[in-house]
Write a protein that binds this ligand. Structure first.
Ligand code: PLP
Length: 377
C-alpha cells in the first residue's frame, strides 16, 4: 500500500534504484533503456560522474541560501553562462525549480513590465491551440489542452488562442509554407485587433512544439512574421523552450534558427538534465530595465529560487554539453536518426508524418494515411 499520490492511482510502479548511462535499473535488477531521456530531460543519461561530483562538491560547501539575502557563485556563474551566447540580447535570468515555474515567472514578468510602464490595462496573453506550457494554474491557462479545461476551466484565467503552426494537418492543398506562415500571421494580427492591442501583454509559443503536437517545428518564416506583428503592436514575444531548448534541436537556443529573438524565454529540462530540479526565465534589457528603474524588484519569489545545488548541477551540465561538443553531435546524429526512421517507418500504413528538429523527432500515427484520420479516432 503506497501513501504516494502517483501519476496513475491504479498503476503499480517498479522501484527505480539506480541509473547507468541511458539505463534505469529497478529493484529486481531489470534494466530499462530510456531512449527519450525521460520527457526530454536526461540529456547526459543517469550517471554522469562529472555532474554528480560537481553537485556533491557544492553540497559539501553550501546547499542552500535564501535569495532575499545572498547571491551564490554557482547562480551567478550559471546566469553568465546562459546569457553569454544567447542571441538577441537576453541578458537577465531568474532561476526557478522547473518548467511550469519558469512559465509562471514569465507571465508575471511580462505583466509587471507593462505595469511599470503605466499600462495596467494589459491583461491578455495570446497562446496557441493546442499547446502545453506546464501544469500550474497560470501555465495551464496560458496553454490549451482540452482535458485541463474540462477539469480546471473555471479556475483558469481567460486567455486568447490562435492556431498552432502544424503544417502536416493544417496547410491547405497547394498552400506553400510561406503562404501558410502568412495565413497564421494574419490570424494572430486579427486576434490582437479583436482584443484591442492595448490590452494584450504577449504572444506565447513553443519554438518547436513538444508534447502538445509531437515534435512539430515551425514552417520557415512563421516566427519572423510573429515577431514583426508583436513589434508592430508593442506586445511581448515569450518563447517556451522548456522541451526544445538547451541543444536538443541542434543549437543551444532553438529560436536562433528562426532568425528572431524573444523578449522572454523559458528553459528547464535539459538545463539541469534531471540532476537537480531547475528551470529559468530569461529576459532582455527592454523587459528588465523598466522594473529596475521603476519599482526596483520583480514581484515574485519562492523559497528555492536560485537554489545553490540546482545551479551548481546545471552549470556542470552546461559545461559538459559544451566541453564534450554534444550540440555538434546532435547536429551530426539528427539526419542519421531521421533517415533511419524514414527507412524503417516511412511506408508503414499507419505512419502519417515523420518530423522534428535536431534530435527532437516524432512520428505521427494515423488510422489512414490518405485521410490523416487520427489513430485513436
Ligand atoms: N513547457 C513545455 C513546452 C513543456 O514541455 C513542459 C513539460 O513537459 C513544461 C512547460 C512544464 O515543465 P515542468 O514539467 O518542468 O513543470
Amino acid at each position: 500500500m503506497t501513501h504516494v499520490i502517483h501519476r496513475n492511482a491504479r498503476q503499480e510502479y517498479p522501484f527505480a534504484v539506480a541509473g547507468d548511462g541511458v539505463y534505469i535499473i529497478d529493484a529486481g535488477g531489470r534494466r530499462y533503456l530510456d531512449a527519450s531521456g525521460s520527457a526530454a530531460v536526461s540529456c547526459l543519461g543517469y550517471s554522469d560522474r562529472e555532474v554528480i561530483a560537481a553537485l556533491k562538491a557544492q553540497l559539501d560547501k553550501l546547499c542552500f541560501v535564501h535569495s532575499s539575502f545572498f547571491t551564490t557563485e554557482p547562480m551567478e556563474a550559471l546566469a553568465e553562462d546562459l546569457v553569454s551566447d544567447a542571441p538577441g540580447g537576453l541578458a537577465h535570468v531568474y532561476f526557478v525549480c522547473g518548467g511550469s515555474e519558469a512559465i509562471e515567472a514569465a507571465l508575471k514578468l511580462a505583466r509587471q513590465y507593462f505595469v511599470e510602464l503605466g499600462e495596467p490595462q494589459r491583461t491578455t496573453f495570446i497562446a496557441r491551440k493546442p499547446s502545453y506550457h506546464g501544469d500550474t494554474l497560470g501555465a495551464v491557462s496560458a496553454g490549451y489542452r482540452q482535458a485541463n479545461r474540462e477539469k480546471f476551466g473555471p479556475l483558469m484565467f481567460e486567455g486568447a488562442y490562435v492556431s498552432s503552426c502544424y503544417a502536416y494537418r493544417e496547410t491547405r492543398p497547394q498552400e506553400s509554407d510561406a503562404a501558410y506562415a502568412a495565413r497564421l500571421g494574419a490570424e494572430l494580427e486579427a486576434e490582437i485587433q479583436r482584443i484591442g492591442s492595448e490590452k494584450v501583454i504577449a504572444f506565447i509559443a513553443e519554438t518547436v512544439s513538444g508534447s502538445s503536437l509531437g515534435a512539430v517545428p515551425p514552417v520557415p518564416g512563421y516566427f519572423k512574421r510573429a515577431r514583426e506583428i508583436c513589434d508592430k503592436y508593442g506586445i511581448l514575444l515569450i518563447l517556451d523552450e522548456i522541451m526544445c531548448g538547451m541543444g536538443r534541436c541542434g543549437t543551444r537556443y532553438t529560436y536562433s534558427q528562426e532568425g528572431i529573438a524573444p523578449d522572454i524565454l523559458t528553459i528547464a529540462k535539459g538545463l539541469g538534465a534531471g540532476y537537480q530540479p531547475i528551470g529559468a526565465t530569461l529576459c532582455s534589457d527592454r523587459v528588465y530595465q523598466p522594473i529596475v528603474n521603476g519599482s526596483g524588484s520583480f514581484s515574485h519569489g519562492q523559497t528555492y529560487i536560485g537554489h545553490a545545488a540546482g545551479c551548481a548541477a546545471a552549470l556542470a551540465v552546461q559545461r559538459a554539453v559544451r566541453g564534450r561538443g554534444l550540440i555538434d553531435r546532435v547536429r551530426r546524429l539528427a539526419p542519421e536518426l531521421e533517415a533511419m526512421l524514414r527507412t524503417r517507418f516511412g511506408s508503414h500504413p499507419h505512419v502519417g508524418d515523420i518530423r522534428g528538429r535536431g534530435l527532437l523527432l516524432g512520428i505521427e500515427f494515423v488510422a489512414d494515411r490518405a485521410t490523416k484520420e487520427p489513430f485513436d479516432a
